[in-house]
Write a protein that binds this ligand. Structure first.
Ligand SMILES: C[S@@+](CC[C@H](N)C(=O)[O-])C[C@H]1O[C@@H](n2cnc3c(N)ncnc32)[C@H](O)[C@@H]1O
Length: 302
């Protein structure tokens, strides 16, 4: 709340509304007249958030949209500038805990868990669709880049060979294929966890949405407005870090060029040089926060 500069009368966007914990705090801090636009791709999350935020009346405006569409969504409501944007990336605890969404596997329920993984369950292809259709090269690329898996190519080949008989439909099918391909996941993770992570990122185009979302969020900030982003794995955090660094630098001309010809001016000033991490007490109370990294930046005057 402090990094966002939440104060009465200001307008904020929560681009990842989820179950509205952050949104509720923002609405309390901006009382009595601040506004909050809350976006989520997940219609179930929006419905639950609407209930939680009902006491705030029309100070909370909830929208079923991806944060990559932020500028257009605000424009359609006659808003061109806001005082802060928050992105708390990834999936929510509720999404993780709902087996039928297929975000998480557990050996006990894997036979009944469909390979869905869409954050917006109303559109797009499921994980099962992608596993049935994507080429071996594409699958290898996803497992390598999004899962940082050892044995990515072997797993892709195993999937492509096995789907000639029947494509994987359940979490159990995918776990079996992961074992068969003998992929490695490093010391900290079960290999299937990284396979699931890779597929989830691909199904939701999470990194593409993040890159676009950061740019569009910056473009709607008023001078002095704040952008705060919480990432939960290094792939996302790296994108946030490079984006904020690049926006602070502006010019993209090669360093050896004698003068700037690109004309790109700095648009942000970083206010956290290093990411803010949760403390021991926060992790004890909320273990899923343990990998969170928060970075914040402020919009410069044009
Ligand atoms: C970690 S949860 C946010 C939890 C929230 N801060 C709270 O207080 O309850 C992330 C949420 O962002 C949503 N989400 C992820 N990517 C999104 C995107 N590109 N656009 C909109 N919502 C997205 C997910 O559906 C999920 O509900």
């Amino acid at each position: 709340m402090n990094l966002l500069g939440a104060e009465p009368g200001r307008i904020f966007v929560d681009g990842t509304l989820g179950y509205a914990g952050h949104a509720e705090a923002l609405l309390n801090k901006t009382a009595p007249d601040g506004l909050l636009f809350g976006l989520d791709r997940d219609a179930d999350a929006l419905a639950a958030a609407a209930e939680r935020l009902a006491p705030f009346g029309d100070r909370a405006i909830l929208l079923h949209a991806s944060f990559r569409e932020l500028r257009d969504v605000l424009k359609a409501r006659g808003v061109s500038q806001v005082d802060g944007v928050l992105l708390d990336l990834g999936v929510s605890s509720v999404q993780l805990d709902r087996a039928e969404r297929g975000f998480r596997f557990s050996e006990e329920t894997a036979e009944e868990t469909p390979l869905d993984m869409r954050m917006d369950a109303t559109r797009g292809e499921t994980a099962a669709d992608l596993l049935a259709r994507a080429s071996e090269e594409t699958l290898t690329d996803w497992f390598r880049r999004y899962g940082e898996l050892r044995g990515a190519a072997r797993l892709a080949r195993t999937i492509v060979e096995s789907r000639r008989e029947a494509p994987p439909r359940t979490a159990a099918d995918l776990i079996r294929l992961t074992r068969e391909a003998r992929v490695g996941g490093g010391r900290r993770h079960h290999p299937a966890t990284l396979v699931f992570q890779a597929l989830r990122i691909a199904v939701n185009d999470e990194l593409g949405a993040l890159e676009e979302g950061l740019a569009t969020a910056t473009s709607v900030l008023a001078p002095g407005g704040r952008l705060c982003v919480i990432a939960y794995h290094s792939l996302e955090d790296r994108i946030v870090k490079h984006f904020m660094r690049g926006a602070e630098r502006g010019c993209i001309c090669p360093p050896k060029d004698p003068i700037c010809t690109c004309g790109i001016l700095p648009s942000l000033r970083r206010i956290t040089r290093r990411p803010v991490r949760p403390g021991v007490d926060e992790i004890a109370g909320n273990p899923r926060a343990r990998s969170a990294r928060l970075r914040a930046a402020e919009k410069l005057a044009a």
